[in-house]
Design a protein around this ligand. Structure first.
Ligand code: IPE
Length: 253
């Protein structure tokens, strides 16, 4: 059985969402140490942008389409999130992990916001020999819109479809998917509409919690179970233990 785990660190977990461009080094160091102490299976990491990318994407109106008028925003947005990626990789390496940064902008193509060309074979091979590829939500060239934002959640989905992991986890700054203040323990496509997911107040160009759940339901349709949990429960998730968060499953899982 494929033992690969795919883990996404939400942007709000590793950056200060209220302070543009500020990275939470202390939290990242704790995360890196936790991952390093559980790294006994192939692991692929993805992280979001938080305040290192969302503000730039919004400022340059990337999601509305990119042409000559706002082409400068491609480089500005990528620079912000690639800078965050360099810090994440460096902290992971400091904790003893053989982490390697991978930029989606460099080798993928989207159409209307969805990846149509995205290689995963190299990621599986890296993970298999003990390397830890670290991807990130990014601005990606788009055949229809010029460029678009591809969220870390969409990347998790595409990597999972290509690699066939045994577990997928999204670590966030909330305990799971919340409805009326309570964690929704299980979500299927048929229960999603009955759940009041609310809206993120902060700048998030890729859809907040609803966007996350929708990406994960597509995975569930393919038989891959995923979890959304609080970053403080990372060790439990990595150990395959109860993490107290939300599990997203397919109708027949
Ligand atoms: C967004 O990635 C990428 C950019 C804005 C460049 P995500 O949508 O995965 O980021 P978070 O986790 O919501 O911050």
């Amino acid at each position: 059985m494929n033992k690969t785990v795919i883990l996404k660190l939400g942007g709000s977990v590793i950056t200060e969402k209220e302070n543009a461009g500020v990275i939470d080094h202390t939290r990242l160091t704790t995360i890196a140490e936790t991952i390093a102490s559980h790294h006994d299976y192939p692991l692929i990491l993805v992280h979001g942008a938080g305040s290192c990318g969302h503000p730039e994407a919004e400022r340059f109106g990337i999601q509305g389409g990119v042409g000559e008028r706002n082409a400068i925003g491609v480089g500005e947005t990528h620079r912000a999130v690639a800078g965050l990626n360099a810090v994440v990789v460096s902290i992971l390496r400091g904790a003893g992990l053989d982490a390697i940064g991978i930029h989606p902008l460099s080798g993928s193509l989207a159409e209307n916001g969805r990846l149509i060309s995205f290689e995963t074979g190299h990621l599986a091979k890296m993970a298999e020999i003990g390397l830890v590829p670290v991807l990130h939500g990014d601005v990606v060239m788009d055949r229809a819109k010029g460029a678009c934002i591809v969220s870390g959640d969409q990347l998790v989905l595409r990597i999972a479809e290509g690699v066939g992991p045994c577990r997928v986890g999204l670590a966030t700054d909330v305990p799971g998917v919340l409805s009326c203040g309570n964690v929704v323990r299980t979500i299927t496509r048929s229960t999603l509409n009955g759940i009041n997911l609310g809206n993120s107040q902060k700048t998030d160009v890729t859809g907040g919690m609803r966007g996350k759940v929708e990406e994960l339901l597509t995975l569930a349709d393919a038989g891959i179970i995923s979890s959304i949990f609080h970053i403080d429960r990372l060790a439990a998730f990595l150990a395959g233990a109860e993490h107290g968060g939300t599990t997203i499953i397919g109708a027949d899982t």
